[in-house]
Design a protein around this ligand. Structure first.
Ligand SMILES: Nc1ncnc2c1ncn2[C@@H]1O[C@H](COP(=O)(O)OP(=O)(O)O)[C@@H](O)[C@H]1O
Ligand SMILES: [Mg+2]
Length: 284
């Protein structure tokens, strides 16, 4: 059965999507059968894994997205001339990975997902329920979350065994952590049959300023905060590299991105090793 991990931080721009895409590629490379789920209406993960052109075509052809998992039906189309009960398998795009032998699957998002937020009643368990019917098909399920807390965060919690928290070392980096802690504690109290843990915090230097004194101060504060709460901070930091945005544009894993430096790929591999260890996933 798959281990499900949500990438969450109530702040944007910290590297949730970047790391989700790279972890998905790495797992794919290691023959770890992976499903990536884009739970952010901005759909950056979908574009990064599918390429923007294929993603736009997907929307133009009115193919299903995560929206239908929450709506629980597929709207009428050229194929089905009345609404059809959703099967999550209809929403999964197969083989979105970089290699021809890829087994990486994706549930893409779209902007209309934000409508679910307007009428959220009773929707928070729908993703978890749908995943329960297919989780045996995977080793790893990665959920890339939106930065604001909403019904979508709750849907991610209901679906997940672990939460990975990417943190950008900058002024006020600690502010999101108590918010996340509180939201997770509330969830655990309301759902005491559910086991969910923070598997770790990873410092991701998504701007080149993160290496300066402000960044170092933030790392100290966040590390203290994490220790206080019994959360692990991974030893490996993912440092700033222009190869990360480039890899998203090229739709490529970091180690296949053009002109990427060895230190960058070696560092990402170390992070991946720590992360897989923390969630008990064995590389094949
Ligand atoms: N380690 C990194 N080095 C360089 N740029 C990065 C790094 N991590 C993320 N970025 C860039 O920072 C921006 C925000 O990252 P993203 O993964 O979209 O954050 P989030 O999903 O948390 O909002 C993106 O443009 C991304 O390419
Ligand atoms: Mg994102």
């Amino acid at each position: 059965m798959a281990t499900t991990v949500s990438f969450i931080n109530m702040k944007g721009g910290v590297g949730k999507t970047t790391l989700a895409a790279q972890v998905a590629h790495s797992a794919d490379k290691s023959d770890i059968k992976t499903l990536a789920i884009d739970l952010d209406p901005q759909a950056n993960l979908s574009q990064s894994l599918m390429t923007p052109e294929k993603y736009v075509r997907h929307l133009r052809e009115k193919k299903p997205t995560i929206v239908q998992v929450f709506d629980r039906y597929l709207p009428p189309s050229a194929e089905y001339e009345s609404p059809k009960k959703i099967d999550i398998r209809d929403v999964i795009i197969k083989k979105v990975g970089y290699w021809p032998s890829s087994t990486l699957d994706l549930i893409p998002s779209r902007l209309e997902l934000s409508h679910s937020l307007k009428n959220p009643t009773g929707k928070e368990r729908r993703l978890a329920k749908a995943l329960s019917t297919i989780s045996d098909n995977y080793d790893l399920i990665i959920i890339d979350c939106a930065p604001t807390e909403s019904i979508l965060t709750e849907a991610a919690y209901f679906s997940s065994r672990y939460v990975l928290v990417p943190v950008k070392p900058e002024f006020m980096a600690t502010i999101g952590l108590p918010l996340l802690a509180r939201s997770l504690e509330e969830f655990k109290i309301e759902n005491d049959d559910h086991t969910i843990d923070i598997c770790g915090i990873v410092f991701n230097h998504s701007s080149s300023y993160s290496d300066g004194p402000e960044g170092r101060q933030a790392i100290k504060e966040v590390t203290q905060e994490a220790k206080k709460r019994g959360w692990r901070a991974f030893d490996t930091h993912v440092h700033y590299s222009a190869s990360y945005p480039k890899s998203a544009r090229e739709g490529a894993p970091i180690n296949y991105t053009s002109y990427v430096r060895y230190e960058v790929t070696a560092e990402f591999d170390r992070f991946k090793g720590e992360f897989f260890g923390a969630i008990g996933l064995k590389e094949k």
